[in-house]
Design a protein around this ligand. Structure first.
Ligand SMILES: [Cu+2]
Length: 290
C-alpha cells in the first residue's frame, strides 16, 4: 500500500499571487432553478495537470480527474495557500511534515503546524487509467492550486465573482464524517455513487478506502496495527480509492466507484501533536459499500 503525499510539483517558478479569498455575503433569496455545477476536467500526466478551464465562477464546482499517466494513479488535490505562504514553502514543508530522511522530530512537528495553518485543503479525488475520479466542492473567489499528490503536476485555478447557487450531485443521505480521531458514517454508503464528506475535526484529514476480505474484523485490524503494521495483511485486497485532504469545517462530495464489499477507511495525515499518521491514533473504520 502506498500512501505518499507530496507536493513535489509545486515549483518556485510559478507565478502565484496569494490573495485572500473573499467569501461573499451571499444574500438569502429564493432561487427557483439552480444551475448544475460546472465541470472542470483535469487531465493529469506525470509532469503536468491540464485543466479544461483556467477560471470559473464561484460556487459549487465538479472536478473530473482523468489519469493520462503510463503508470500509477493520479490523486488530484485542490488547495488554497494563505497570504505570505508560497508554493515553495509548501513544497519544503509537506516533505518534512511526513518525516523525510534527516528530518528531526521537532522540525517535523513545526512543518506540520505550518502546513495545517497556512493551507486550506479542499479535497480531491483519485483516478486511474481505468476509472476517472470525481468530486464536487464549493469554492469562494480566490486563487487556488490543483496538485497531483502522486506526481509532479500542478496548475493554478482562478475562482471569481460572488458565489452562485448551484446544484450538486446527491449523496442520498450517505456521508462520511471525519473527527479526532476516527470516522463516522450516515446512511448506506454506495459502492458506485456519491458520498458527502465533512471534516468535523480540528486537523486536516484525508480518506483512503481500501478493500478488505468480507468478514474482516475490527480485532484483526487492531492486531495488525499492534504488531507494527508491517507489510500487507492477509485480509487486504487491491481495490482502493482516495479522497484528498480536507481542512477542518469543510464539506465536499466524493464519488465512489468500487466493487461492493467491505472496506477499511484510513487517514494517514501526520498528527500535529506527535507527527504519527492519524491511522496510529485509531483513525480507521471498517465499513460496507453497498
Ligand atoms: Cu486524519
Amino acid at each position: 500500500m502506498k500512501h505518499r503525499l507530496t507536493a513535489a510539483g509545486i515549483t518556485l517558478g510559478l507565478a502565484f499571487t496569494a490573495s485572500l479569498a473573499t467569501p461573499s455575503a451571499h444574500a438569502v433569496r429564493p432561487v427557483e432553478h439552480k444551475a448544475a455545477s460546472p465541470v472542470v476536467v483535469a487531465k493529469v500526466s506525470e509532469s503536468a495537470i491540464d485543466l479544461s478551464r483556467a477560471s470559473v465562477r464561484a460556487g459549487k464546482i465538479t472536478f473530473k480527474v482523468v489519469d493520462t499517466k503510463a503508470h500509477g494513479a493520479a490523486v488530484l488535490q485542490i488547495l488554497r495557500l494563505h497570504r505570505g505562504y508560497g508554493p515553495a514553502d509548501l513544497q519544503t514543508d509537506i516533505g518534512m511534515a511526513f518525516g523525510g530522511p534527516g528530518v528531526t522530530h521537532d522540525e517535523q512537528l513545526a512543518a506540520i503546524a505550518r502546513v495545517d495553518d497556512n493551507v486550506t485543503w479542499l479535497s480531491g479525488a483519485q483516478a486511474t487509467r481505468k476509472k476517472n475520479g470525481w468530486f464536487n466542492i464549493r469554492l469562494a473567489a480566490g486563487n487556488y492550486f490543483v496538485i497531483d499528490q502522486d506526481g509532479a503536476g500542478v496548475s493554478p485555478l482562478n475562482v471569481h465573482g460572488t458565489i452562485v447557487r448551484r446544484s450538486a450531485p446527491s449523496a442520498h443521505g450517505a456521508s462520511i464524517i471525519t473527527y479526532t480521531y476516527g470516522f463516522d458514517t450516515t446512511g448506506m454508503l454506495p459502492h458506485d455513487g456519491w458520498v458527502r464528506t465533512t471534516n468535523k475535526a480540528d486537523q486536516p484529514h484525508f480518506i483512503v478506502a481500501q478493500r478488505v476480505k468480507q468478514g474482516t474484523t475490527h480485532r484483526q485490524v487492531a492486531r495488525f496495527i499492534r504488531s507494527g503494521a508491517q507489510g500487507n495483511p492477509t485480509w487486504a485486497l487491491r481495490a482502493n480509492s482516495g479522497l484528498g485532504v480536507i481542512s477542518p469545517g469543510k464539506t465536499g462530495m466524493w464519488k465512489l466507484d468500487l466493487p461492493a464489499g467491505e472496506y477499511l477507511l484510513q487517514c494517514f495525515w501526520p498528527d500535529r501533536m506527535d507527527g504519527a499518521p492519524h491511522f496510529f491514533h485509531g483513525m480507521w473504520q471498517l465499513v460496507q459499500l453497498h
